[in-house]
Design a protein around this ligand. Structure first.
Ligand SMILES: [Zn+2]
Length: 350
């Protein structure tokens, strides 16, 4: 397999994905084949490449790392129709459904064969289980072709979620100003900065977006929609956001359509874990400001006895959480953003 970086590709006029040479001015619908493993079957990753007639950057949009998060998958399907090679400078690579087995089995979070979370399995392993082989193919055959990565998610089957964008900064993240400028024009109100200060932060339970960071790419995590819904409003917001990114990167002509005037900025997040298994009753499944010590939910035993009152360890803004009702000990039930005034670099806070 020959992999050509995008900068080389523009010089040579081609990118190779799988065994397909990507020529300028065409659209490609491809499958990356993932061979069978020792204990689980073969699979594939469907990909659309819109290869522009003009030179420009390569933007990678990934949908369906979690196959039960439907808004990104439906947005990817529509986006592929709406971007024409003739109007495009550079390349738009769309991973239509990164985790087909999870999508087809309607399996939230995990692969139905090996029960692993693809978004904790990077960089993957070509000799590993199906999830690890998918991660390896994305790491080696797709991500190296990109200049910028948008990894698009929703709240999964049992998660409520307020739309937000995660942008990777800190000494181990590449080109934070570019990533931040795309985050601000994407169109969502909430922007979280994930500071990558140590290699351990990049490596721990490595997600696709952390893998892109590790491969030196400016990277955004996009999150919208919840509880496995397929709302038109969320699908449209993703499509408009990706188009805004392409306008900002001068890949397409057009005007930015950014409905948000004032962003909420968060310097990081803190997840609240519980001690008990049982039945979870959140106080709210909507985003809101909470005080330190404020009750955010209770857990009852399966017999209905109160076993835990869960309180917020910090003052902040709840971004997403577990809708319940089932909950397991040591799992996170709410993730709280830590508000800050701005995300600019050069202030010593990046
Ligand atoms: Zn996800």
């Amino acid at each position: 397999m020959i992999l050509i970086s995008s900068s080389d590709a523009f010089a040579k006029g081609e990118v190779i994905i799988g065994s397909t040479v990507i020529e300028v001015g065409k659209r490609y619908d491809l499958n990356i084949d993932i061979p069978a493993g020792e204990s689980d079957p073969k699979t594939f990753i469907p990909i659309t490449v819109v290869s522009g007639a003009k030179v420009g950057p390569t933007l990678l949009m990934v949908a369906g790392v979690h196959g039960y998060e439907f808004a990104p998958i439906l947005a990817a399907e529509r986006l592929a129709e709406e971007v024409s090679p003739n109007e495009l400078a550079g390349k738009l690579i769309i991973v239509c459904v990164a985790h087909i087995s999870s999508f087809e089995a309607r399996s939230p979070f995990i692969n139905p064969y090996d029960r692993k979370n693809l978004n904790r399995s990077f960089p993957g392993n070509p000799k590993g289980t199906q999830t690890e082989r998918i991660a390896y193919a994305l790491s080696t055959e797709i991500i190296p072709n990109a200049d910028i990565v948008l990894d698009v998610h929703s709240g999964d089957g049992s998660e409520w979620l307020e739309a937000f964008i995660g942008v990777y900064g800190g000494p181990l993240a590449m080109d934070y100003p570019k990533a931040l400028s795309l985050a601000k024009t994407f169109g969502f109100q909430n922007i979280v900065r994930y500071k990558m200060n140590t290699q351990e932060q990049v490596d721990r339970g490595r997600s696709l977006n952390r893998q892109a960071v590790a491969q030196g790419l400016p990277t955004l995590l996009i999150e919208i929609g919840e509880n496995g819904q397929r709302e038109t409003e969320h699908i449209q917001a993703i499509i408009q956001g990706v188009k805004n990114s392409m306008v900002k990167l001068e890949m397409i002509e057009g005007v930015l359509d950014v409905p948000i005037q004032k962003h909420r900025y968060f310097g990081g997040t803190s997840s609240v874990k519980v001690k008990n298994t049982g039945i979870w009753h959140p106080v709210s499944t909507r985003a809101r400001f909470v005080e330190q010590g404020e009750t955010i939910g209770i857990i009852r035993s399966y017999n209905g006895v109160l076993v835990e009152t869960v309180k917020s360890p910090i003052k902040g803004f709840t971004l997403y959480g577990h809708s319940g009702p089932s909950v397991k000990a040591e799992s996170a039930v709410v993730t709280i953003g830590q508000p800050i005034d701005n995300l600019m670099i050069g202030t010593g806070s990046n």
